[in-house]
Design a binder for this molecule. Sequence first.
Ligand code: CA
Length: 192
Amino acid sequence: MTKRNPYIILALIVIILGGFYMVQKNRTPTSPVIVNPGFEGGENGNPLEGWETAGVVEAGGYESEMRLTHPGGNVPVESVQKLSDISNGWYTLKAWVSSSGKQKDAYIALEDCGTEETRAAVPIVRDKWLQIVVPAKVTKRTCTISLYSDAEEGEWVSFDNVEVLPGRAALTVMGADISSLKKSEDKGGVYS
Ligand SMILES: [Ca+2]
């Protein structure tokens, strides 16, 4: 045992901790936790747990029991859920959507993320589930998921299986207008 050993051990500890720090720093952000992302109900039995919404939960979800539905009416309906304490960086919001096909306006959005709000329109396709996606860059460690629809009485827009994943989706149909979505659907295209 020479007296240099303590220094060697100290140097090793510094190297190991430094490496650990680098790994932590460069780690890809994890997926933010969304409460009740599929509207199958929370632990307390509230079917809308986690969401601030004037929508309703009803049967007939995407590959599941339940879905969130925005009924049409005099005022638009918005459902939101705020994600707090997330790492800054790019995220992509994904949701399965379906509608009566006559909405005036409907979209999924990421807002209040520190950058400009981004949206993806719910395609005008009747009674068919489609997955739409939209990315946003988070710069203030929070971001709000918004599901929005404006439709006449008797019409409806549904949402299910909401996800937010780290990374930026690279999609050609992203933000495309409805006519091009319809065209790409006719060609057998998918939206995610
Ligand atoms: Ca569901």
